[in-house]
Design a protein around this ligand. Structure first.
Ligand SMILES: Cc1cc2nc3c(=O)[nH]c(=O)nc-3n(C[C@H](O)[C@H](O)[C@H](O)COP(=O)(O)O)c2cc1C
Length: 338
């Protein structure tokens, strides 16, 4: 079973990915946060930097995949993006059909594209036709999808659209768009999608402990080709390694990792405001790896200056213990620090 690092906009840029791979590993592929492909046929500088093979060299040189994710509802722009990314050496491109953010879905992109399965069908028809006319039939196209916009009963129609095209893999996050990240993944709907799909399927959603992974992998076994993890891996960056039978997260390793990340962001951004913003995002997840960390994380999140931030981080590492390895449970509230 492959272990995939989920794309997470604002969190898993190349600085994060390279460091995660170097310090913890255990992941077979890192998906980039989405790159927008608009009708202007241009990527922004920041997006180009994120997928540039030079900036992902540490991972790629070790034979681990980096897979760019594209967000668009325009087939021509998608073909252009796939061609560009394949020129950079990428052999898989993932299409985002899961993002629930209001600005994205209001433009009919991300999970908003699932509203209109006829338009989605036409998109794939034009996209695969365009790629074939351009002579690009060897880039694997995968999709990352939700199970509907407002009701899981929409899932069947969505999967049947994918079934009509030579898609190489369907990564299913079994929540509907309207849930955003609320509630729990709909495992029964996921099982039904697995039955319906003629493509290889990957499970994604709320895997936060080795016990959760065991539970999913026992339930679906080799009927799924991969498990993708996002928030759970940011909270516990050693999770994939632990699942692979390696060392569990330790205090020293997490401290060294967090320090390196902080140094990496200082180098990348320069300005304290941006660095603190990034680190606070990380801490909303990483804090969950400690016992009783809420007040400590709160202090980190309200820090305004670098020295306040550094003191708050030191106190957390000094005074909180890393949690023991977790069993499976479906009661993890992700938003406790928000
Ligand atoms: C802050 C944040 C940013 C995300 N950015 C992306 C993204 O760029 N592309 C994408 O497909 N999914 C994105 N997701 C969704 C995750 O990839 C994943 O599908 C979701 O969090 C469920 O998996 P998890 O429970 O393992 O985190 C994002 C989620 C969060 C919380």
């Amino acid at each position: 079973m492959k272990l995939l690092f989920a794309p997470m906009e604002g969190l898993t840029g190349y600085t994060y990915r390279n460091l995660h791979h170097t310090c913890f590993g255990g992941v077979d592929a890192y998906y980039t946060p989405f790159i927008s492909a608009g009708q202007d046929f241009k990527f922004q500088n920041k997006e180009r930097a994120d997928y540039s093979p030079l900036n992902n060299k540490t991972i790629i040189d070790d034979g681990i995949q980096v897979i760019p994710q594209v967000m668009t509802n325009n087939a021509e722009a998608f073909c252009w993006a796939v061609m560009k990314l394949s020129e950079s050496g990428y052999r898989e491109v993932n299409l985002n059909l899961g993002c629930p953010s209001a600005t994205v879905v209001s433009r009919g992109k991300g999970a908003g594209f699932l509203r209109n399965t006829d338009a989605l069908d036409l998109f794939f028809e034009e996209a695969f036709d365009g790629l074939s006319k351009a002579g690009n039939t060897d880039t694997s196209i995968t999709v990352k999808t939700r199970i509907g916009v407002s009701d899981p009963s929409e899932a069947g129609d969505i999967i049947r659209v994918y079934n009509r095209y030579p898609i190489s893999g369907v990564i299913i996050h079994p929540r509907v768009m309207k849930q955003a990240y609320e509630g729990t993944p709909d495992i029964d709907c996921f099982a039904a999608c697995l039955e319906e799909s003629r493509h290889p399927v990957c499970y994604n959603g709320d895997i936060r402990t080795a016990g959760d992974y065991e539970w999913i992998s026992k339930k679906f076994g080799d009927r799924i080709y991969a498990v993708m993890m996002g928030r759970g891996l940011i909270a516990d960056p050693a999770l994939a390694r632990e699942i692979r039978g390696g060392e569990r997260l330790g205090r020293g390793a997490l401290m060294a990792y967090t320090d390196k990340l902080y140094a990496g962001y200082k180098e990348l951004f320069g300005s304290d405001v941006n660095v603190l913003h990034k680190m606070k995002e990380i801490w909303t997840y990483e804090g969950r790896s400690f016992e009783g960390s809420e007040p400590y994380v709160h202090r980190i999140l309200v820090s305004k200056r670098v020295d306040d931030y550094e003191n708050a981080v030191r106190r957390l590492f000094d005074e909180c213990r890393i949690k023991a390895s977790g069993e499976h449970s479906d009661a993890w509230k992700y938003d406790i620090y928000r």
